[in-house]
Design a binder for this molecule. Structure first.
Ligand code: ADP
Length: 647
């Protein structure tokens, strides 16, 4: 990620994180404040509507009591109740009700005067006249009441009236005896309740107040609904539906405020109250959407603010990052040029800040680098020359060494070969001399030499001459052995190798065959594993393993049964064979020396015959085969001779 991008991300984080945290906190705080305030305010409205409803009903009750105290009505009823022929009095009573009483209250739909038997004796509504209401609750519950008391009906319709009404009744008593003579009923159009609920001042666009009552399993609304403008009492919703929750709570007798669904199934903030006198519920509500509209605006405003801040921050960050990264880019370009080898290139120092100092330091470093490079180049040139010279020297030495080696071999060969003839002469003549001396000695003894002379010659004849002759013969024989050894070694270097893939299993088996007698004699166990093949000259490699097996058999430990193991494996393209014995072993300091010519170890009690040439010959053969030999050995335990040859 480039510095520019990092700066951009950093600037965006620095600016947008606090903005988003603050606005989120502010948003939730404002939301809860608005919610709380709305709930409080709706509760207050609901309470005031409840008071308004109650006082409104009180005023209607008062009106009915007022009518029940009317002397003309009471006297007329008394007259009607006591006489047979009623029509003149009835007519004047009806006119009285229509002319003097009904106009007093514009909300009154009809007035009815009932006698003590529940018969409507006078009414402003002709349909009502003469009806028997003796079984109606509005009559029965009222006729037992005292003067000045009222009863409000819980049923809002009678079969004889078309409109739904609130019925308020009051007992009519005689003026003298205060004896109940009947009942007066005022019927108020139920739509009067709309006057209370439709006053929605301060309730916003969607605000609404509604009155409702329980009817069976439903809520029936007593007022005209804002969003369902049917007649009062015609709209109902099931009591258990989620849309009736505020009204359901109100009808349970509770008061409070909640956020719930209304009869339209729309989220509203609602307050509810119970009106126990009427068993009505009252709900005031506002659509949640309207309540939280300022919050929505705030959210949009916040998003816009966030976007604007992001744009401004990005613009500033781009400008700043360009200023910061431009010198760095120059520095990077400079380093690339320098890395490509242009050490003379200088980066413009530019600003006097850390980057400027860095550029200056970089330039210093480049100059130093240039100098060092020059030194290294000079040195490399010298070195190349030196290496070339040395290589030439080594090659020359190698040629010389090879030549000298060959010369040496030639000398050894010639010397050992040529020295053998005089040596053979010395051996021959010494033997002849010995034989002659052995012949001369008895003759001399038989001759008549004096005892004095015999005594004088005794030392020479009996000791000195035979000892000297024996010493000459022994030494010449040892010298012969050494010379023939040297001759063998020098011949080795001359043999032409016939390198081919060798079947080592067969080769080793043949060698073991030749040593079979010795193996049986010494009771040695020879174990041979599966041997991989290698490249080599059959005769020479045969020599190598014959010498090794010969040594393994020669240097066994007489205290334990001899075991010889031969194995082989392919190791990184070379075949490594191992010939292991449990013989006397070789001390560590001797393990390299045993490869030297004529070097023999003479462990105590070991008088094994040998020339000290076997391992020397092996090393020489392996050198010519690009092979190797090494030893792992422990005195008293045994030795492992490893031979590595090309695969
Ligand atoms: P030679 O066996 O004729 O003495 P070599 O060159 O074969 O000469 O061995 C040199 C010396 O290394 C031996 O004299 C012997 O002391 C020691 N040597 C060689 N092979 C073994 C072996 N398998 N165990 C112990 N000693 C060994």
């Amino acid at each position: 990620m480039s510095i520019k991008t990092k700066l951009l991300i950093f600037a965006l984080c620095i600016s947008l994180i606090p903005i988003s945290i603050i606005t989120t906190l502010y948003y939730f705080n404002a939301r809860s404040t608005i919610e709380r305030q709305t709930l409080d305010w709706l509760t207050a409205v609901a309470e005031s509507k409840k008071v308004h409803t109650l006082s409104f009903l009180d005023s209607k009750k008062g009106r009915t009591i007022d009518f029940s105290s009317d002397g003309f009505i009471r006297d007329s009823l008394e007259a009607i109740s006591s006489s047979e022929t009623q029509s003149p009095v009835v007519n004047t009573l009806i006119r009285h009700l229509e002319v003097n009483k009904k106009p007093l209250d514009r909300h009154i739909t009809a007035i009815a005067v009932l006698d003590i038997n529940g018969n409507v004796v006078a009414s402003t509504n002709k349909l009502w006249l003469g009806k028997d209401m003796s079984k109606a609750t509005i009559f029965m519950s009222c006729v037992t009441k005292n003067y000045g008391e009222t009863y409000i009906g819980k049923s809002y319709s009678v079969p004889y009236l078309n409109e739904s009404c609130i019925f308020i009744s009051a007992p009519l008593t005689s003026r003298q005896e205060h004896k109940t003579m009947g009942v007066i009923i005022n019927a108020y159009d139920i739509a009067i309740l709309d006057e209370i609920t439709t006053k929605r001042a301060g309730m916003g666009e969607s605000g609404e107040a509604l009155l409702g009552m329980r009817k069976g399993d439903s809520v029936v609304f007593l007022t005209t609904l804002k969003y369902a403008p049917d007649m009062p009492l015609s709209k109902s919703v099931p009591l258990n539906s989620s849309g009736a929750k505020p009204m359901r709570l109100a009808l349970k007798g509770e008061g409070g405020a909640i956020i719930a669904l209304d009869y339209r199934n729309i989220d509203v903030v609602a307050a509810y109250q119970y009106i126990p006198e009427m068993d009505w519920g009252l709900v005031t509500k506002i659509d949640k959407k309207e309540v939280f509209a300022p919050i929505t605006r705030l959210r949009i405003f916040t998003i816009i603010l966030g976007c604007i801040s992001a744009i401004v921050v990005i613009a500033i960050a781009i400008i700043v990052s360009k200023r910061v990264t431009k010198p760095i880019q120059k520095l990077v370009e400079g380093t690339k040029r320098i890395a490509s080898g242009d050490l003379d290139f200088k980066i413009a120092a530019g600003s006097k800040d850390e980057i400027g100092y860095l550029a200056a330091s970089f330039n210093d470093m480049t100059s130093q680098l240039g100098e060092s490079k020059k030194q290294v180049e000079d040195y490399a040139q010298n070195l190349e020359q030196k290496v070339e010279d040395k290589t030439k020297e080594v090659k020359h030495m190698l040629v010389e060494l090879t030549y000298k080696n060959k010369e040496m071999e030639q000398i050894i060969y010639v010397t050992s070969h040529d020295l053998r003839s005089p040596l053979l002469n010395i051996q021959g003549f010494s033997r002849e001399l010995q034989q002659s001396f052995e012949q001369v000695l008895p003759v001399l003894n038989e001759s008549g030499i004096s005892p004095e002379t015999r005594e004088k010659l005794a030392d020479a004849l009996e000791e000195d001459i035979p000892d000297a002759l024996k010493f000459i013969l022994d030494s010449s024989s040892k010298m012969d052995t050494l010379l023939s050894g040297l001759l063998r070694i020098s011949r080795m270097g001359r043999v032409v190798l016939a390198i081919k893939q060798l079947d080592m299993n067969k080769l080793i088996s043949n060698i073991i065959g030749t040593y079979e007698y010795m193996i049986k004699e010494e009771k040695v166990k020879v174990q041979v594993g599966e041997l991989p093949s290698c490249k080599g000259d059959n005769a020479q490699i045969n020599q190598v393993f014959s010498n090794l097996l010969d040594n393994a058999l020669k240097y066994l430990d007489s205290d334990r049964e001899g075991i010889i193991r031969i194995s082989g494996e392919n190791k990184n393209g070379h075949i490594v064979y191992c010939l292991e014995d449990n013989g006397i072993g070789i001390v560590e300091r001797q393990q390299t020396k045993v490869f030297e010519i004529f070097h023999r170890l003479n462990p105590a009690g070991n008088d094994v015959a040998g020339e000290g040439l076997g391992l020397t010959i092996i090393r020489k053969i392996l050198d010519r085969h690009d092979g190797k030999i090494w030893i792992e050995s422990e005195p008293g335990k045994g030795s492992k001779f490893f031979v590595s040859l090309p695969a």
